[in-house]
Design a protein around this ligand. Sequence first.
Ligand code: HEM
Length: 279
Amino acid sequence: MNNTETAPTSGVTYWDYIQLDQLLSLQSPRTAAHDEPMFIMVHQAFEIWFRLAIYELRGAITALESGDTQRGIALLKRVGVILRAAHAGFDPLMTMTQNGYAEFRDALRPASGFQSSQFRVMEILLGIRQVPSADDTAKERFHWEVVAEQAGETFVNFMARYQQELQGIYDQARNNNLRTLMLRLTEQGTGKTGVEAYRHLSANRTQMPELAALADAGRELQAAMLEFRLSHHKVTVFTIGDAAGTSDAHTPVHSSCAAYLLNVIKDHSTIFPELEAGI
Ligand code: HEM
């Protein structure tokens, strides 16, 4: 663009452009507790970062599907940077004491971050697999549905609100989530299948730099998701200790929210199992 071709002036202002008034009108504490506004705003900031991460992850998937691997890798790297920026948001919560949290904790029952649908969308786009149901092997279910059945209101009302939407996103992404796309591209590039494809890539990284960079970007996202869960666990233990969770929803099967969250970390940290087994 030269000097005479400037963008049209729309007269837009900073506050209108980012809809600042609306944004700043969305914080409504339920108590007079000093720490509650921080708790609300930290969650809101996370959801905004998740929204951006999902947008970029979808962009990466579209690029990889269309054969533009370079662009796909660049956007995946961006998702990793976004998630790591988001994780710094846990730090303010680490300054809250157990007494500070107790002052407003009852006012938010039985709500829980478990009900963050955007976190579930990220899991789906990355490629979590549904698990067979214990009572009906023909039926598949999300890993959190199992918890929903074991537990109470927190999980049940989440499923009632989001089950259909998440199932739709899952069905769309079934063959084009990051896990399946990375595997397919690596299989095409190496002529091998499954774990063998990643094993071959690992032994021949210098001959296949683009596929190697794609695998690295995938592992980086896997690490970023694990880091979310570990940082979240740290905050949880620090602010509610090893006692029952905000929702107490896990108590039929786990001794405490800390035990429940550790179990999720143990079972769901590997998002790309073929990649992990092959490198
Ligand atoms: C003082 C701070 C926090 C406490 C005490 C807390 C507590 C909990 C508890 C107890 C659970 C387990 C489910 C349940 O029993 O209800 C949970 C899950 C979850 N929370 Fe938090 N949380 C906190 C901050 C956050 C923040 C800032 C986020 C950001 C969005 C978040 C997102 C999540 C997510 C996504 C899950 C599901 C985790 C998974 O399935 O791996 N939490 N939280």
